[in-house]
Design a protein around this ligand. Sequence first.
Ligand code: URA
Length: 444
Amino acid sequence: MRMYDLILKKKRGEALSTEEIRYMIRGFTEGSIPDYQMSAMMMAICFTGMTRQETVDLTLAMRDSGDRMDLSGIAGIKVDKHSTGGVGDKTSLVLAPLAASLGVPVAKMSGRGLGHTGGTIDKLECFPGFTTALTEEVFLHNVNTIGIAIAGQTADLAPADKKLYALRDVTGTVDQMSLIASSIMSKKLASGSDAIVLDVKTGNGAFMKTIEDARALAEAMVSIGTMAGKRTAAVITDMDQPLGYAVGNSLEVIEAIDTLRGEGPEDLREVVFALGSVMLQLAGKTSDGAAARRMLEHAIADGSALRKLAEFVGAQGGDPAAVYDTSLLPAASDTLTVTAERDGYVQRILAEEIGIACMSLGGGRETKESAIDLSAGIVLKKKNGDPVRTGDPLAVLYGNDAARLARAAEQVRAACKIGQTRPAHVPVVREYIDTVNKKTSIFI
Ligand code: URA
């Protein structure tokens, strides 16, 4: 077999066989297939696409390129949750302790933020002393005893994807549906859970700008997961504006804690309840969406979800007191308020631009190596559709450097669009997909 022939085949739009895809991924991971040939292949895939079977084959070949987590030592049905990435997306910080408090074992590998999107590990590190560098033994022990552990990716999971993603990033080949679906699912399948719930974001701050593209990605990932033998479901949620009000690590932790205390923003609660309902059903805790929602609401109302967060933080070396006293979390020295320059209604708060403004404040990474300021970020004072008067606060910026604050203020001002008519309300939970080609919008 020669990579050259496979490139020509794909250029003609023909489907590659399982053996050909395995050969390609093995050779690329080992280094016998050079970057320039793989780049040509990726571009050919962008132009001619992949069949569902090819996408599954690519996913499984990448899943098998490195270690696979063995979670069989943990009792119960392990449900992993993955978000395709967004701005202000602190859902996992709320959902993980909430699900654990209801007896769903949470054994999760999380990542750090990059670019305009955040990552769960950075947020968790706001708790003084918290570590995600857990040995496998401690990780399994914590899930078995307190029901939850979140680790950084220590095992060499899906190394083929790591190498391929870096190549796609610099060759203009990231935004192809089959490549995105296989990339995400190869890592999820290697992480060893029994079931997977996917939060597929759509809108300005998401990879998938339109609902049609988000649906296609969700369907592709659901079908890959199902074909690989895992129960998989997806919820499509809005990322046309940031989720909740807070953007930036420490500020998002505070908002997540508020939500666990029953005081969180409506859109964040809706996303948490939608995903949580699916998690409880996939974990076999109930088969009824309404009952699942009641269970979730009860675990917040009686304080058990918040107590689970404190227990989890303590078990991973963090200070649980910070869960009850958020002044112990990193705090910025300065603030700057951005105000409305005219009357009207907020038409749009561009999520991606708000994420970039947070990065300007030091709250996000420009490259994988950048250091970040956990205290920096933005708290929005308005959401899409809210009425505003000239001089009303649109957002408060938190930072430690006057020049950065001034630059971010301009970016936030440009990201908040004010017009004369109230825009139509867009629900944050858009669709639920658990079977390809069957869509329902009501499930909780
Ligand atoms: N996230 C991933 O892990 N892979 C992609 O290709 C895109 C987003």
